[in-house]
Design a protein around this ligand. Structure first.
Ligand SMILES: [Fe+2]
Length: 432
């Protein structure tokens, strides 16, 4: 049996192509004039990186303009590892430019960055050329998470970097104009794999969870579940000071939904949570084990979960919000950190829209493997869910960019892509 990350929906494509004037079914909202970029691992032909997360970053781009789909193109991110075969860990320590840059692609202050949590951001052009690594004038000396958070009020970009050696975690803040204006250590007891975090109006929210660096671990990614490490969620005031930690039931979280402060000043955090045993089998599968009992390509088995953390009492509570398998939570980022009613996630063939107010969920079957559904607010939007969801859907080797109405999840347009787009990670809509 072939390794899961080299077969089926995850099989890499062999080359870079361009296509013009893509066929569209339905009607593309003319206001969607910009680019949808989506990043993901794509090893070169014949390469086996040893882990799903190890493939070179490839960005798939679709250009929409006034109701037309002008082009598709896909490009590898030309990192030092891709172009020169540079080693991530060399005699002088970690080389933050010798990475795969395969996890996310975002824009801040007009610059586009391909991100991976173990290295520096790589700046990309709007045509998907690679400009090069960015360290913000020498100020960024750690890696940068692939999940920075843009504050919708200040325009600042909050992020962090983690590493294998102290300081294990460092918080950073970019101004709205792209200047690195703050860096400070967040003290955690070990080298935890910290994939995501959250912000609220007053706090930074940290996940200090028991998947930790383990050099003895074979395979392509030296991390393993470590029950002895414990599990904590931390709150640090955005103004500084020590972090207040809350013990939680051991689990792993790749991705958070939104977080906010309720009327009592408690922090509410929603996230896609993996129970320890689910994480263990997922990790084996994406590490290339072919004997995992319930092998299924791109299986998604996190479930929506909520923690409520009270800084006044130091007490926390947690509860599952649903039991279906979901991943890639998204929401209207104009509400980042401020509270939101709706959360969008994907299951294998579905988009799932959660309504936190009613506790209900609405789903739609897209007809194929469904990638992250990115929310784009409508022009002049009057409600939180007035907007569109963009997702790459693949069925029987054919990929489409699906545009759904975020209100009722109905597909309004479907752009036929010229090739299969491998299931990947995260993307962004970059409005002109
Ligand atoms: Fe992620």
């Amino acid at each position: 049996m072939q390794k899961a990350y080299l077969s089926g929906n995850l099989a890499p494509v062999p080359d870079e192509i361009d296509a013009l004037n893509l066929p569209v079914e339905g009607t593309l909202p003319p206001e969607l004039t910009g680019r949808y970029f989506r990043n993901g691992p794509n090893p070169r032909p014949g390469e086996d990186p040893g882990h799903w997360f190890g493939g070179h970053g490839m960005i798939h781009g679709i250009r929409l303009r006034e109701g037309r789909a002008e082009w598709y193109r896909n490009r590898w991110v030309r990192t030092a590892k891709f172009t020169d075969g540079a080693d991530f860990i060399g005699p002088d320590g970690v080389n933050l430019t010798a990475t795969q840059a395969n996890t996310h692609v975002i824009r801040h202050d007009g610059r586009i960055y391909a991100l991976i949590e173990v290295g520096l951001p790589y700046e990309m052009t709007p045509e998907l050329g690679t400009v090069g690594p960015v360290d913000f004038g020498g100020k960024l000396t750690t890696a940068m998470t692939a999940h920075p958070k843009a504050d919708p009020i200040t325009g600042e970009l909050h992020f962090f970097g983690y590493g294998f050696a102290p300081p294990f975690a460092t918080y950073h803040r970019l101004s709205a104009s792209g200047e690195l204006v703050e860096s400070r250590e967040i003290e955690v007891p070990g080298a935890t794999m910290m994939h995501d975090f959250a912000i609220t109006e007053n706090y930074l929210v940290w996940l200090d969870l028991p998947v930790t660096f383990d050099l003895n671990r074979g395979g392509g990614m030296p991390y393993a579940f470590d029950e002895k490490y414990g599990a904590r969620i931390g709150l640090t005031s955005r103004d500084g000071g020590v972090t207040q930690w809350f013990e939680v039931d051991p689990c792993y979280v790749f991705h958070v939904g939104n977080a906010w402060e309720d009327e009592e000043g408690r922090v509410v955090l929603n996230a896609a949570r993996y129970a320890p045993d689910v994480f263990a089998s997922l990790w084996e599968e994406i590490s290339g084990r072919t004997d995992v009992a319930t092998h299924a390509t791109t299986r998604i088995n996190a479930a929506l979960h909520r923690w409520v953390l009270d800084p006044a009492t130091g007490k926390s509570a947690e509860e599952p919000l649903d039991d279906r398998g979901i991943e890639f939570p998204t929401f209207n980022e104009d509400r980042m950190g401020l509270g939101s009613r709706y959360l969008y996630t994907v299951a294998s063939r579905e988009i799932v829209k959660y309504d936190h107010l009613t506790g209900s969920a609405k789903t739609i079957d897209t007809g194929g493997h469904t990638g992250e559904a990115v929310f784009v607010p409508a022009q002049g939007a009057s409600a939180e869910d007035d907007g569109w969801l963009l997702s790459v859907v693949t069925a029987e080797g054919d990929s489409r960019l699906v545009v759904a109405d975020a209100w009722d999840l109905a597909t309004v347009a479907s752009v036929r892509l010229p090739r299969r787009v491998p299931a990947g990670f995260h993307g962004s809509w970059l409005q002109d």
